[in-house]
Design a protein around this ligand. Structure first.
Ligand code: BTN
Length: 286
């Protein structure tokens, strides 16, 4: 059995009587959507506990809170809307209704922690292909692009104590049904699945497919199967001249390869090589 919870505020009775129409609609939609997702799931543990909220500050906060209280591996938090969605490197993540904002609690062995980046981005690419036939690519380390514009961002946070991963939270934001042209701050760099496919994408089907792909790849990675090769094949950063910003440091060079730990190998103009663990890539030329 799947455990489904729909967030209900303390004045739920009056809301259900129709006094707060927006929240009522959100609750009803959430209930239907949650059922539609779980109906399509055939996973062993990912999504077995699925919490769906009309509005959260960030699904990352809720997932961390639940993980700290002992929520099992595979617990999923979804929000219809986030008011303070966060991205990598301290950035904000724009997260209005219509997008998918999801956080998943995982408890990998420490040696598998770095593979979560590959698991997540590869699973997103596969799920997008499956529901829309769109060929998405990966921009190192884990942005998912369609025709060079960002359609998905991934954030991984973990609590590690000594040599043990207490928990990791994998946060995924996908622009499903967003008219990015209406938002000047992201119009030039972002796109959505609806815009790219020209047709409606089912949130429930995309979510269920995504969770299924994540579980499959995660179990493969834990079992020592090589997912790095496939991740590398989907990466469109390789072979390009790029700039990588990491804090105040800026490195320029040709993206030569990615290591099995997910690090980027950058070859500079003077032929020296740097291995980069974290950063933000801008493509200078192909
Ligand atoms: C990035 O591209 O910088 C990462 C964006 C990650 C956004 C997702 S949406 C679900 C989860 N909740 C958040 O606040 N962030 C992640």
């Amino acid at each position: 059995m799947y455990n489904i919870e729909v967030w209900t505020p303390s004045n739920a009775t009056s809301i259900l009587l129709g006094h707060d129409r927006e929240t009522y609609i959100a609750m009803t939609t959430n209930r239907e959507l949650t059922k539609a997702i779980t109906d399509k799931l055939s996973t062993r543990f990912v999504g077995r506990q699925l919490y769906y909220y009309a509005k959260l500050t960030s699904t990352m906060n809720m997932a961390r809170e639940k993980a700290s209280k002992g929520a099992p591996e595979g617990t999923v938090i979804i929000a219809n809307q986030q008011t303070s969605g966060r991205g990598r490197l301290g950035r904000a993540w724009f997260s209005p209704q219509g997008n998918l904002a999801l956080s998943l609690i995982l408890k990998p062995r420490i040696e598998n922690l770095t593979q979560l980046i590959m698991v997540a981005s590869l699973a997103v690419v596969k799920a997008i292909k499956s529901v829309s036939d769109i060929d998405a690519t990966i921009k190192w380390p884990n942005d998912v692009l369609v025709r060079d514009k960002k359609v998905c961002g991934i954030l991984i946070e973990s609590e590690v104590k000594g040599n043990a991963v207490h928990f990791a939270v994998l946060g995924i934001g996908i622009n499903i049904d967003l008219d990015t042209t209406a938002f000047p701050e992201i119009a030039a760099i972002a796109t959505s699945l609806t815009q790219e496919s020209g047709s409606n994408i089912s949130r429930a089907e995309l979510t269920a497919t995504l969770l299924t792909e994540i579980e499959k790849l995660y179990l493969e990675a834990q079992a020592g199967m090589p997912i790095h090769k496939e991740w590398r094949e989907r990466m469109d950063t390789l072979g390009k001249w790029i700039e990588v910003k990491s804090g105040d440091a800026i490195e320029r060079g040709k993206a030569e390869d990615v290591t099995e730990n997910g690090n980027l190998i950058l070859r500079h103009a003077n032929d020296s090589i740097t291995e980069i663990l974290v950063g933000d890539v801008t493509v200078l030329k192909s």
